[in-house]
Design a protein around this ligand. Sequence first.
Ligand code: TRP
Length: 446
Amino acid sequence: MRIDPWGSSQYQDYARLRDEFGIEPFTEDHLEGFPDPPALLRRGVVFGHRGFGLVRDAVRGGDPWGVMTGLMPSGRMHFGHKMVIDQVIYYQQKCGADVHIGIADFEAYATRGLSIEKARKLAIEEYVKTYLALGLTPDKGEIYFQTTRSRVKDLAYEAGLKVNLSEMRAIYGFDDSTSLAHINAPLIQAGDILHIQREEFGGPRPTLVPVGVDQDPHIRLTRGIAQSLRLYSVKKTEDGRHGVFLKTGDAWKDKEKALLDAAEATLKKLGFADLERNDPYRAIYVKGASSRDLTQIDLALAKTEPRRGGHGFVPPSSSYHRFLTGLDGGKMSSSRENSAIFLSDDLEDAKKKIGRAKTGGRQSAEEQRRLGADPDACSIYEMYLYHLMDSDQELLEYYKGCKSGELLCGQCKGRAKDLIEVKLGGLQERKAAVTDAEIKEVLSED
Ligand code: TRP
């Protein structure tokens, strides 16, 4: 099984995806200490993660952390696209994160055949304006273009030193006909994700990339690259000892002692006194450390790397949300008008789409009253769950009403139309009021 970030698969079995790729389950425990978690996090829409513990610790401890995500400007923005930005804005407003959003104009050029100019224009009209209307602020928040940020491109180049073609083939299924620009796209994305840990963007710290699960191959690749670019690795050895190891190459030979001295000092400062240093092995063993301690040691050492000539990239954490099913029961897609409600849809059209949407209802009202319907197979219920219904109480009532047969589809869709009118109408009004000055303020020139 392979996840193709540029493909059009519709994922159904998220538990299987998790098992197959070693994604951790995302549960309520992860949200302890998070103020007012939004529906997407509360209701199991975000179903998996890698390394979210680092983020949780940062939020709880009030420590600096960052959120990074990217947007591919390929078509009109619909409710499926709204999920990432809803989370990003929550983390910015309530959880102390600084936010960086990359416009994937390189990727759109390489993989979708869009000109850079067109990709940028689309990104601003469709996405940037909507993000501002939804509440993204330039205070600890920025949006930039992949094509103009040289730090991203430089890091992509450097990341290329750490990956070979056979790994790229194994992860992405690239073949002899894949263009080099396309092969480069994941490295650019690694540059996106990692560059926010450079000093000028906030330095080494926990970072989170909230994405759909189709992006997991990029996350796996990037976490590997982050690690290969480190000066130190902190880990448990095969014989069960915990230690700090130098992983620098020959070019660093004459700095090894200084690096070990520095690591020793950091460990002592953290309160680890029982150390066994082995210079020929380029190792310092830490006695009595737990696996949680290892994370703390790794973070502390990462922060020291930039002044010693390293990057100090902390492995980026990720979270994965489920995909919204299309209103027609297929995949929600910008290229099929009736599969999605677009954020720029005329309100009357949006309501018509709701009217036509596939539900979990029965053939006839009589049958539905008698047997009940299936909210778990209903695109309208999904819209409630992901976007439209803020109250968990009301959501539960609709769920039960549907299952029992008390609530019929027409009535239920009526409520959805009212909610769409309020939510989408409000968003469109705010979007129309976004000014060029606001766009300029959030959009970075380089
Ligand atoms: N590849 C992403 C998409 O297709 C866009 C993207 C580019 C991205 N850079 C990123 C996502 C960095 C997350 C982090 O939508």
